[in-house]
Design a protein around this ligand. Structure first.
Ligand SMILES: Nc1ncnc2c1ncn2[C@@H]1O[C@H](COP(=O)(O)OP(=O)(O)OP(=O)(O)O)[C@@H](O)[C@H]1O
Ligand SMILES: [Mg+2]
Length: 427
């Protein structure tokens, strides 16, 4: 027997032992329920559905990109350092605005000025020392910081940036956490980093915070940073949330798995808060819900039910179903029932549809229809109760205007079954 034959026979012997003793046939383990994972029926690329994902382009924020750029108009000059404060409500895109701005600026200034960026989230680094340590680590990951005082840390920071003749942009995100815990001293130390030293233009500072918090805590901070450097960004409206959700859907989902109406519904659901994160989260939840229920016979398209799949967890609904429909007149209920029956299947409908379906429901319940004007009054009431949302679109070509109804905050099938129960008693 040749030596490699001997080696082979030993391996075979070993394998046989493993097979006979420890190895189970895979068919015994039931993993069918995992088949949909990574199947990619609906989700082609999950990354853009993550909140940490930074899109190549921001949508609907040109104005604020311009305003921020204006605050940094002189940043290409070696001596210049700039400041900005960004405030705005939750999910209004503050972090992503600043991150994309610094990313783009760095590229834009290649060959003119070297820019280093230190993005520190003060929620996780709420003391001044922690903050400066994080900044140092961002530009020099191996920098020793044990036992160094704030003064020494700042000196290292200055030396490092000077040595490689770069400019450092420090972003203190969610800065209110640090202000609350350690006060605003460190801000002034950072702003004065060039004092008593030769040279200028070591460091620019961008503060980011949800506005209510910053206003209450430190109006002094704003005045020290320069009132004109304050950029207040508003919450997103429905159309902006639509564009943001659509951008993510285009990047992440299989073509044909989402319709304009479904993305509109998601935008309407997140519009009361104006939070882009919620819109993206709803899109992700809907896509996952659709993905997981796929088999060979299903429509590969996100449904109304998918959009509402995570309502309880995301707690996006402000009113309970019972409160919302309590005290409605019987015919308002019939109108709502007509709407729910259609919106179980479709994400939106026109007022014309409401009228004809209301006729059908009246026939079913043996009721004579109320007038056109009363019907409009009921629709207004349903809208005030946030049961429905309306959107007016102009038909291409100009003259006609259509009102589209949808139900972003409730699951139509739930409301319908509640109404059917109530109507039995009432009529
Ligand atoms: N204009 C936009 N275009 C594309 N994506 C956006 C836009 N605005 C926000 N987003 C996305 O929405 C999510 C929330 O945005 P971001 O984290 O910037 O909000 P924020 O204002 O910093 O919220 P918070 O107050 O909670 O810190 C992120 O995933 C972000 O990428
Ligand atoms: Mg943020």
């Amino acid at each position: 027997m040749k030596s490699h034959d001997f080696a082979n026979s030993k391996i075979i012997h070993k394998l046989k032992r493993i097979f006979n003793n420890g190895w189970r046939k895979p068919s015994v383990v039931m993993t069918g329920y995992l088949d949909r994972i990574g199947a990619g029926y609906v989700i082609e690329n999950p990354e853009p559905l993550d909140f940490d994902f930074i899109p190549t382009e921001l949508v609907c924020r040109e104005d604020f990109q311009m305003k921020l750029a204006a605050r940094f108009a002189s940043i290409d000059k070696q001596e210049a350092s700039c400041r900005a404060i960004i405030t705005g409500p939750v999910g209004s895109g503050k972090t992503v605005l600043v991150k994309t701005f610094c990313r783009d600026l760095k590229r834009h200034l290649v060959n003119r000025r070297t820019i280093n960026i230190a993005h520190v989230n003060c929620r996780n680094a709420s003391t001044s020392t922690r903050v400066v340590q994080r900044i140092l680590h961002a530009i020099d990951p191996g920098h020793p910081d044990r036992g160094l005082s704030i003064g020494e840390l700042l000196l290292s920071l200055r030396k490092l940036t000077r040595r490689n003749s770069s400019h450092l942009i420090v972003i203190l995100d969610e800065v209110d956490h640090m202000l609350r815990k350690s006060g605003d001293d460190i801000l002034y130390q950072l702003l004065r980093i060039d004092e008593d030293q030769e040279g200028k233009g070591t460091l620019s500072l961008i503060l980011v915070s949800q506005e209510q918090v910053l206003d209450v805590l430190e109006t002094a901070v704003i005045s020290r940073m320069g009132k004109t450097n304050l950029i207040k960004i508003p919450p997103y409206n429905e159309n902006e949330l639509y564009s943001i959700a659509m951008q993510r859907a285009d990047l992440a989902l299989v073509k044909g798995s989402y319709s304009d109406e479904i993305i509109r519904l998601i935008a309407q659901k997140s519009a009361p808060i104006g939070d882009a994160r919620l819109a993206i989260e709803l899109l992700k939840a809907a896509a996952e819900s659709c993905e997981i229920r796929q088999d060979d016979h299903t429509d590969r398209e996100i449904s109304v039910d998918d959009v509402h799949a995570k309502d309880e967890i995301l707690s996006v609904d402000m009113v309970s179903e019972i409160d919302a429909i309590e005290g409605l007149k019987p015919h308002a209920m019939l109108v709502l029932l007509a709407i729910c029956r259609r919106l179980k299947k479709e994400s939106s409908m026109t007022t014309g549809d409401v009228e004809s379906l209301y006729a059908v429901v009246c026939e079913e319940y043996e009721q004579s229809m109320k007038s056109h004007t009363t019907l409009w009054k009921y629709l207004k009431e349903l809208e005030n109760r946030q049961l429905i949302t309306t959107r007016i679109s102009t038909v291409s070509g100009g003259r006609g205007r259509t009102t589209h109804l949808s139900m972003p905050h409730f699951l139509p099938s739930d409301i319908a079954s509640r109404l059917e129960m109530l109507l039995k008693k009432r009529l």
